[in-house]
Write a protein that binds this ligand. Sequence first.
Ligand SMILES: Cc1cc2nc3c(=O)[nH]c(=O)nc-3n(C[C@H](O)[C@H](O)[C@H](O)COP(=O)(O)OP(=O)(O)OC[C@H]3O[C@@H](n4cnc5c(N)ncnc54)[C@H](O)[C@@H]3O)c2cc1C
Length: 355
Amino acid sequence: MQENDIDLLIIGAGLTGLALAYYLKDQPLNIKIIEARDRIGGRILTSYPSEGAPIEHGATWLGRKHEALNTLLKELGIDIFRQELGETAIYEPISTSPHQLVQLPPNNDPSFRIKGGTQKLIETLARHCKSDQILLNQVLTKIEEDGNHLVAHTKTDSFKARKIISTLPPFLFYANVEYPPNLSENLIDISKRTHTWMGESIKVALRFKTPFWQKQQTSGTVFSNVGPIPEMYDHSDADQTVFALKGFFNGSYYSVSKEERLNLVLNQLRKYFGSEIDQFTAYEETVWRNEKYTFSNYTEHILPHQNNGHSIYQNEFLNGKLFIGGSETATQFPGYMEGAVRSAFTISQKIIASQ
Ligand SMILES: Cc1cc2nc3c(=O)[nH]c(=O)nc-3n(C[C@H](O)[C@H](O)[C@H](O)COP(=O)(O)OP(=O)(O)OC[C@H]3O[C@@H](n4cnc5c(N)ncnc54)[C@H](O)[C@@H]3O)c2cc1C
């Protein structure tokens, strides 16, 4: 299939790609979104079981300071609720001493979660798209110039468009896409050294029938320097009807089996909660490092957030035909949902101005 009459081709149906289509929905533009995975959302992924608590495998928390995201959520009629931390946290400072309960200070900058799951944001944005606008299972492999147009080649199809907006994490654009030879060398060099936020992370979660940790002497909040779970929080739903604990797991365990990770999770949590932890009804995890449309091995040592929000990403490329968007390219809060929404908004304004 070759599609030729596209004004804008957005690469990636994560938060940036879908928010960009949303901000441009009233423009007289033929817009398509191509997405490599068989699902939308990218680094946002909520699992909804038939019974039990939804689990956020990707983005979960936002704050009051995330103004663009909060504005978008309000506009879409999506509510948020406060992440409860409890009054105390379980703290494990070193392996040679037992864990202890510590009093948490008053929280003047609380975190919030999206009621119904972060995926609700993604699904709501997608509902504003036309039925044939999002094409799944389309892996971008190459972009080439064709006069005043660009042609995007996927593994199966090609798409000729006036403008292309990549919302891939910049490192994936560098690593996985063949680009025109005259594309800015500076852009390629920075993309090659831009960290993808949370790309190396592992999330783990356990569902329970009762929130036994919600007692005065404990809460679901865990901080451990010993690990392999460094942080864990109550992950029950907003109405406190279904219950779960969810945390991060040391990213270096990406190559061990799911069963081994579960054993390590249970061993650590038994220390704090005793045998009640064995009454979990389901275990879920996502090893983001093994997700090829989020993470690819860097070619050199890259620090967290390195080159996030770099000024090069504010430019247009190939005579205004190519934009590089995505959360990591935002000048404020890069790497976070807020960065994704800001990137989408900024690019939408440039496109509207260029019409
Ligand atoms: C475990 C984890 C926890 C997080 N926690 C938080 C949090 O609590 N708060 C917060 O604000 N942020 C958090 N984040 C970050 C947040 O998820 C991201 O900032 C945001 O979702 C990025 O959106 P994006 O659209 O820019 O990128 P992505 O979501 O990465 O979207 C890019 C899209 O491009 C697609 N794609 C990739 N390669 C190709 C290709 N070759 N062809 C076509 N499509 C392709 C991908 O499949 C994906 O759908 C977390 C992320 C993770 C992984």
